[in-house]
Design a protein around this ligand. Structure first.
Ligand code: HEC
Length: 150
């Protein structure tokens, strides 16, 4: 009896510790934002009525293939960078806008000009989720503002 109560206590402490280490409210929230960001990246058309070759709604993943992990090309041959280090190389100078822009501004530009949709607002949950997803792709990479896409 005594022993089983003891093992329950030990078990409860172990569970408490592992929960604290691996599933704190902060890490759960971040994992959720990354997951939500991936979902948005692959499914959200941001109100656009554009369709891809297969008659599906255009999303980020129409152009940024394999979840943004590999480089692609637009039909006109223009290079579409991989997004594996995007979070690490912004802010960057944008030659077309003639100014330094943040990752959020780049995302809004892709929604407006690539998707022909309504860009998510700065500071919105959608923006935070997308940036969290892109951050997960670049996790561990060296920050090099102004750098080149890989
Ligand atoms: C119609 C194709 C297209 C769509 C759709 C698109 N993008 Fe892009 N994206 C591009 C191209 C082309 C570039 C290269 C820079 C430029 O022309 O703005 C780019 C650049 C980027 C970059 C900067 C990468 C770097 O390291 O330079 C990010 C980040 C990005 N896109 C995110 C997104 C997100 C998030 C979405 C969906 C909300 C999206 N894009 C939708 C074509 C697209």
């Amino acid at each position: 009896m005594k022993q089983s109560r003891m093992s329950i206590v030990v078990g409860a402490i172990a569970l408490g510790l592992s929960t604290a280490a691996f599933a704190s409210p902060a890490s759960v929230a971040l994992a959720q934002a990354v997951k939500e960001g991936a979902h948005i990246f692959n499914t959200d058309s941001f109100g656009s009525h554009e369709q891809n070759f297969h008659g599906r709604h255009t999303t980020c993943s129409t152009c940024h293939i394999d979840g943004g992990r590999i480089m692609g090309r637009l039909p006109n041959g223009k290079r579409i960078p991989s997004l594996v280090n995007a979070v690490a190389i912004f802010p960057r100078y944008n030659p077309k806008m003639h100014k330094v822009i943040t990752l959020e501004t780049q995302i809004r530009s892709c929604v407006r000009n690539g998707l022909l949709g309504h860009p998510p607002a700065y500071g919105s949950q959608t923006m935070a989720d997308l940036v969290s997803y892109l951050g997960s792709l670049a996790h561990g990479q060296r920050v090099m503002i102004g750098g080149m896409p890989r």
